[in-house]
Write a protein that binds this ligand. Structure first.
Ligand code: SF4
Length: 446
């Protein structure tokens, strides 16, 4: 919200009628300035005030989605330059580029690979989000056929149509308009025709120009033609250009509220060498790209890029955590072992993964330590003998299992004596220090 509370107050009815739930219009204005209430709460606000306040409160970077359904990719809406200032909200999409000159078999295979790229890491589902289809054949019928084939083989994946030929683009857009694709390729020489297609089908438009001055002039023109959702390509190709241009775009949008650059960014980082491509893609992910288009997907590459993206787009102020409870790994019986760990997501998923690897059905007690790992929680006084014993007593696990043995992480072996004092009648066993030793440890106990 760029307006101050007093500036907003001047636009309100000033009747102090209290219908908004606030005692005065000024109180409402002050809250609105902090983005703590919606303007709609005032039923008497004038249309003119709505227009002015609506514009002032619009996010500095336009927010919209590419694709439809559960796997639609939301982009834009970021509010800070640095992750530690607040957090980044909408993780950038990874898109596999394929040319329509490939054979149908190759296209079907690649589209299916994108569709099946999903993996789970620390409780989140990560995937290659989109297929970017490049018009290289110069044959609009071929392009349309390939677009339909990709849509069929990757039925829930977002689609990017990379096509600067407006006639061919229009045919392709019509074939998949219901999937809300991104049409990429509006430039100075085809802007009118491309904007008309995007407007008619209510889809976002990728705008490309060499340099930020040309790009901002072009987005202003396209906006005046009735297209609101745009994605920016400044022509940056090298890591240096990507860092410079993407930073300038983000900075202009956030710090100067410069609307012509207030859109998500797309970077094409296509390289023959997958290692080099991964390195450049990492730069784009780290520096403000909303869509990174790559030329190949391999499992090692996906894992590296997914992990980087996940790390950047988690909230640095809120540790990732799982629910405190007694988890079952496999189908544990009353005599199955009982392990305990903390609720830091990474700890939980690593420990439960290793227990699963052991094939020994196990009870896993996960204790709320505010998302801290075992040693950190212990050092912070959150994973102590008193707290563990209280959790075990209150968890009801005693009624589920037929023994009284608790296996604690080796890193907090120091707690074993105090725990035996606190948990009367229990045997405390010190487990492995490292999670990767859990399978051997559990199997040896059988
Ligand atoms: S509802 Fe509107 S006019 Fe009434 S007090 Fe609230 S802000 Fe003022």
């Amino acid at each position: 919200m760029a307006l101050s509370g007093v500036e907003i107050f001047k636009l309100l009815p000033k009747t102090n009628c209290k219908k908004c739930g606030f005692p005065t219009c000024l109180a409402f204005a002050m809250k609105l300035a902090q983005a703590g209430v919606e303007l709609e709460k005032c039923p008497d606000v004038s249309e003119e005030a709505k227009r002015v306040l609506g514009e002032a409160s619009a996010p500095p970077i336009r927010t919209f989605a590419l694709g439809i359904g559960e796997k639609a990719v939301k982009m834009g809406g970021e509010t800070v330059l640095f992750r530690h200032d607040k957090k980044f909200f909408n993780p950038c999409a990874l898109a596999l580029n394929l040319k329509d000159t490939l054979s149908d078999d190759e296209i079907a295979k690649l589209a299916s690979e994108v569709s099946g790229s999903e993996m789970e890491r620390v409780g989140q589902k990560l995937r290659v989000d989109a297929v970017s289809i490049e018009y290289a054949s110069n044959d609009s019928r071929r392009y349309e056929a390939v677009v339909k084939l990709v849509a069929e083989k990757a039925p829930f994946t977002a689609i990017i149509l990379v096509c600067k030929d407006a006639a061919a683009a229009e045919t392709a857009v019509k074939a998949v308009a219901s999937r809300k694709p991104l049409l990429y390729g509006a430039a100075s020489d085809n802007a009118d025709a491309m904007a008309a297609i995007a407007k008619a089908h209510k889809i976002p438009l990728g705008v490309c120009a060499e340099g930020l001055e040309a790009l901002s002039s072009l987005t202003e023109k396209i906006k005046s033609l009735g297209v609101d959702d745009m994605v920016l390509d400044s022509g940056a190709k090298t890591a240096k250009e990507i860092i410079e241009n993407n930073t300038q775009i983000r900075r202009s949008a956030l710090k100067k509220n410069f609307k012509p650059l207030g859109y998500p960014i797309i970077n094409f980082v296509l390289r023959a060498d997958p290692a080099v491509e991964s390195a450049i893609a990492s730069v784009a992910i780290a520096k403000y790209s909303s869509i990174v288009v790559i030329s190949s997907i391999e499992k090692w590459k996906n894992l590296a890029l997914f992990t980087l993206r996940q790390n950047i787009y988690t909230d640095p102020q809120v540790p990732m955590q799982v629910e405190q409870k007694i988890y079952k790994v496999g189908e544990p019986a009353p005599e199955s072992p009982l392990l305990i760990t903390t609720n830091f997501s990474l700890t939980y998923f690593i420990v439960s993964g290793e227990v699963e690897n052991s094939k020994v059905p196990t009870w896993l007690a996960v204790m709320d330590c505010e998302g801290l790992s075992v040693l950190t929680a212990w050092a912070a006084g959150k994973f102590t003998a008193a707290k563990i014993s209280q959790f075990i007593k209150e968890s009801g696990v005693e009624g589920q299992i037929g023994h009284k043995e608790l296996i604690i992480p080796g890193q907090v072996a120091i707690l074993s004596g105090a725990l035996e004092d606190k948990l009367e009648g229990w045997k405390i066993t010190v487990g492995p220090r490292e999670a990767n030793s859990i399978p051997t440890f559990l199997k040896q106990r059988k």
